[in-house]
Design a protein around this ligand. Sequence first.
Ligand code: NAD
Length: 549
Amino acid sequence: MTADGHFEVPRPTNEPVRQYPPGDPHRKSLKGRLAELTDARTEIPMTIGGEHRAGNGKGDLRAPHRKELSIGRYAVGVVKDFDDAINSALKARRTWAATAYHERAAVMLRAASLLAGPWRDTINAATMLGQSKTVHQAEIDSACESIDFWRFNAYFGDQLLRQQPYNDATAWNRFEYRPLEGFVFAVSPFNFTSIAANLPTAPVLMGNTVVFKPATQTLLVSHFLMELFAEAGLPPGVINMVSGSPSEISERVLRHPELAGIHFTGSTEVFQHMWKTVGENIDKYRTYPRLVGETGGKDFVVAHESADVTALRTALVRGAFEYQGQKCSAASRAYVPQAMWKDMRSDMADLVEAIPQGDVADFRNFMGAVIDGKAYAKHMAAIDYAKKSDAAKVVAGGSGDDSVGWFVRPTVIETSDPDFKLMKEELFGPILTVYPYPDGKFEETLELCDRTSPYGLTGAVFARDRAAIRTASETLINAAGNFYINDKPTGAVVGQQPFGGARASGTNDKAGSFLNLIRWTSPRVIKETYGPPTDHRYPFMDAEPTDRP
Ligand code: NAD
């Protein structure tokens, strides 16, 4: 027997951020777990239909800040594994789609509770080790943001289901929120564990089943997420995690006729490639795949002459260099009035030079290493380019050291050319380029900022003058999907600043909001008529007295 009830998902609040000061018991237990994982060289299987798979070969995962340290061996899957993952998702779909929303939401709420409690150290430690995040960066990402995604999405999904059509007295109209017809492909980037936590689960909450391909660099923490999902009660086959060559996986998945959606976060280039592949195969799918992608950014800070200089400097340092600038939202270009820049430049350089950087296991560090050798080479090449250019000079940093790990010093570059390459292209590293603009040319600078890069993700204006804030908000209306007034452009909080941008930065489907969940449902409208007509003719067809027989 089943019994009915209109259940309401509890209204969530954001998970409090732990501070881990010296002497704190949470600090001790996290350090303990970090030490265990450092020595564990964890075996990282794929998880397909609830079963672990070893693949056909092993890849080696290294800690970015200790490149000789192998932290895990991951399974390299082959075509059969990828096909099995798709089939397993399709097989699990029927039962999962038929599972009531409140039960699906309950799994996510339990997952959040497990992560807030017993799994917190493991997920944070794996993120610190695998992605070189400081304890604070790991805590706000892998613990708090993941928990928030699961709790807030469960709540927003519940609100969405309450949206129903209007009725008149003759019929009852209903929206049924069906999952998409097929499976969803979730592909996450290296830089946020919370994105790996969100991309597969947002579609799952809405009744879909998923083939999940995390970034290789995050496989350690992604494996633990899969274990956590199982413990939370997610049935086998609902999320199937594969690893191996990204292009081989994509090749199998994107051409499958039952691909119903892609939930992607990563670079613009990869997303555009996926979109093109879907376009080439568009006549082969059972249904038009939903394409949701959050991609690159070249995020800006524009200062007005009325800005609070100390607040601006703090925002630039935190916004550009936290997590080594490897946030899609990181401040990477700044526009500061020449006079103000002249006053603040040397203080800012001193601050940046003093930033402690190193092994994230040493909690005194503000920064760790960049993700891998490829990123290191790219950042060092950009710095070198600036050093050789007549239009730029290095104000702080400008060096790197790859002897132990992939350490790039936080770097500030000043340029006299607003179209300088480093003002336009995403570098995804700890490099901030500043264009000191002619005093009094605020409005022209806003227009310049708007047209300089193809992206539209985040941006900030610093000003005390209300008119300047208004002008910036208007001129930059399409330059950022997340716009900050007197704050750094990073650190969006689920439920408070739903995240995403347009232009080359993505489809702007705002992760962590009802707008994102809408993409994972294909509603059916039902009209149930109380008294169906029994005569096909309408009253206008009745004869008038003057009508001839
Ligand atoms: P990436 O594009 O290199 O990789 C992202 C994912 O795509 C990974 O899982 C990767 O293995 C996979 N991939 C790579 N090649 C593929 C292919 N041919 N087919 C299918 N999948 C493929 O990005 P990254 O280096 O992991 O992350 C950094 C990028 O992500 C930056 O551009 C950053 O701006 C962006 N990002 C954007 C947001 C946002 O919300 N807008 C958030 C985080 C990161």
